[in-house]
Design a binder for this molecule. Sequence first.
Ligand SMILES: [Zn+2]
Length: 288
Amino acid sequence: MAIKKTLMGIALSAAMAIMPTTAKAEERPRYIDWTYNNRNEAIAAVSCANIVLSCLKSGIGSYMNDKGFLNGCAKGSLAGIVMSAGEYTATFAADKKAHPITGGLGKLTHDLGVSISDNVMRGENMLSQYQTELGPLTLTFRDSITPKLSITIIPISAIGSNIIVGNKFDLKKSLYYLTPVFKMKDTITIGGMATDGYSIGNVITYKSNKFNKGNDTISHELNHTLFWSKLRFCGDLLHPAPHMAEVEKAWNIGQEACYGLINLPMVINNKTYYYQPHEIEARMMERQ
Ligand SMILES: [Zn+2]
């Protein structure tokens, strides 16, 4: 038992170091109560953020590729709508009446929006390629139904730490949500906060409960995995650096770097947890 506890401590410290996003901690800030009472407004706010950020990303990229800012912004905004529709669909992972595959369908739709936005940013056609991820594998479909594969390391580390602490791989839920899902036995404490679910990159860990077998937690964490998918474009930002375009064909280092930077405040001070952009996003999209 002592060894297992020590291993668990090491793995959790490692998990902290690679930036976890925890769920369901105590002492909520006020905005969370606001999201409970203003569901439609909260969902609309996330959708607006998706549309505005996608407009800017696609618009600036399009401008730099001599295709015009407004042209790129318009297409990027459309991509933001698709992204938001997918994100909303994915929240039904928590709904007892919805088919469990709804979570996975939401993710695929969300990734269509992200792909369109990224394609326009590169000055390409809206549908020049489609990207999605299965854990550490990024699948890139371009002129072929056979995807090109590349990897990310953060999900590999997350899968490793789940295996080390003895969390059980939940094959059924992983297939339903199209992302690796692990089940833990007990609520754990990360950074002084009790949690019944966390995600690292696109790897979800959850604890089952009597209410709906932990699907409410998974729905929240699934939203975090979508945030991870939104960061794929960071790789393109590195391409002007020597050899980076070549490296990125095999390893999406840019996506990992962006994820690390965004989570850095949480690693330095866990009081920032509730105010991280992806935590606010997931709270606003939560189904109660
Ligand atoms: Zn969270």
